[in-house]
Design a protein around this ligand. Structure first.
Ligand code: KE4
Length: 429
């Protein structure tokens, strides 16, 4: 597989961008070699600048649940672009997308559009601090909630992949206000709340963790968070940037039937364009400017171009059997992988919720930050590169999720299972 053009572009990119990328996870640091520069994508496939084509399971880190360049989404974007891309003034499209979001998430009566998941989380946690008058936030080790200062404490995703869960540049006094506990450990949560619950503004959690690989919540974990926050007057924030409209239309909260106080969304609701959102009951969201005094703003928030993409995406996701199709295909793929590791005598653990899944190269039950760190990342590195050679593009990190889309065909899945067998064999040596 030639990567000459990608190599040349990477060298050029590094002269003008940090690490040659606009987001660290793209740099392939955890898997070696230079990142592939993408020329185009269509459906389940991406093509790099050297003409190599791959079946894609990164899916732009989650947003493209209907595959790349979906014709109806492209048409919606093109149509709006001819009418203007952003006005900095209210439009009906913002109302329409907000109505689709609040219709799918009963816990969200009122929703504010922003431009990224980071902005959604930053705004929701500011709102929680503003409403409660408290400073402390509880997050969980290995969860990633974007790069707002308060969230870059023992975070997952790129920080975990790069082995740098702590981040310089965060004001020490602020970092101290972010408490962290192990994911899936309700007893530690109960203990902390007994000790300082009345100082905690909010608990923010990935209701299904996707940034240390996919780690589902253990029975009772989310309910414990709901109980202790309600009792102590803290707010419960579900970060559903990945899971919203991914695991089902109403996200993880509808699967586990738990209503958070605030929800953060992103990725899928933008239909491939930059959109984030946060929302909750009117009594809470009315604290947000201009109704209330908690300020949050954005030049391109709710811009009609991104709204057009998001509206079309959510329209299409409301179609019949979309999630049943994703469930069937995801199950087919993961079962194929399980059969392969069994045939080859390779130790691996599998997790999946709907169309987000992970294969962990460890023999330890993976339930939190510490257990996922037992993974053999050197084996993953060999596996990743062998999959590339087989024409399969997975996330360049053991600590990210894989994503199925409606664009993946049965043939794509069969090809991937065969490629997985060969890549595992090669990684095993
Ligand atoms: P963005 O600011 O990247 O739109 O969203 C931040 C965010 C918030 N919450 C969750 C649960 C998230 O997963 C993310 C971002 N996800 C990572 C990948 N796991 C984005 C990829 C990247 O950083 O380039």
């Amino acid at each position: 597989m030639t990567r000459n053009k990608s190599e040349k572009l990477f060298a050029r990119a590094q002269t003008v961008m940090p690490g040659g990328v606009n987001s660290p996870v793209r740099a392939f640091n955890a898997v070696g070699g230079n990142p592939l520069f993408i020329q185009s994508a269509q459906g389940a496939r991406i093509t790099d600048v050297d003409g190599n084509e791959f079946i894609d399971y990164v899916s732009s880190w989650g947003p493209l649940i209907l595959g790349h360049a979906h014709p109806e989404i492209v048409a919606a974007i093109s149509e709006q672009a001819r009418l203007g891309t952003s006005y900095g003034a209210p439009t009906e499209k913002e109302i329409t997308l907000a109505e689709k979001v609040t219709g799918a998430f009963p816990s969200m009566e009122i929703v504010r559009m922003v431009n990224s998941g980071t902005e959604a989380v930053m705004s929701a946690t500011r709102l929680a601090r503003g409403i409660t008058g408290r400073d402390k936030i509880l997050k969980f080790e290995g969860c990633y909630h974007g790069h707002a200062d308060s969230m870059l404490v023992k975070a997952g995703s790129g920080l975990l992949s790069l082995g740098t869960p702590e981040c310089p540049g965060i004001v020490a006094d602020l970092a101290k206000k972010t408490l962290t506990l192990p994911y899936n450990d309700p007893d530690s949560v109960k203990k902390l709340f007994a000790d300082q619950g009345d100082e905690i503004a909010c608990v923010i959690v990935e209701a299904i963790a996707g940034n240390m690989g996919v780690i589902p919540p253990k029975e009772g974990f989310l309910q414990t968070l709901r109980d202790v926050t309600r009792k102590s007057g803290s707010l419960l924030i579900f970060d559903e940037v990945i899971t919203g409209f991914r695991v089902t239309l109403g996200g993880a909260q509808s699967i586990f039937n738990i209503q958070p106080d605030l929800t953060c969304l992103g990725k899928i609701i933008g239909g491939g364009l930059p959109v984030g959102a946060y929302g909750g009951p009117k009594k809470l969201m009315d604290h947000i400017s201009p109704t209330g005094s908690v300020y949050q703003a954005g030049t391109l928030s709710g811009n009609p171009l991104a709204m057009a993409a998001g509206i079309k995406m959510l329209e299409l996701l409301s179609g019949d059997n979309i999630y049943a199709d994703l469930e069937r295909k995801s199950n087919l793929l993961c079962n194929g992988f399980k059969e392969n590791v069994a045939k080859l005598g390779i130790t691996a653990k599998f997790t999946r919720v709907g169309s987000m899944f992970s294969m962990f190269f460890t023999g330890t039950e993976v339930v939190d930050f510490n257990t996922v760190k037992t993974c053999d990342t050197e084996f993953f590195k060999r596996y990743f590169n062998a999959m590339l050679e087989e024409g399969i593009y997975i996330a360049p990190s053991q600590f990210e999720a894989g994503f199925m889309t409606t664009a993946h065909s049965e043939q794509d899945i069969e090809k991937t299972i065969q490629a997985n067998f060969k890549a595992l064999q090669k990684a095993k040596g």
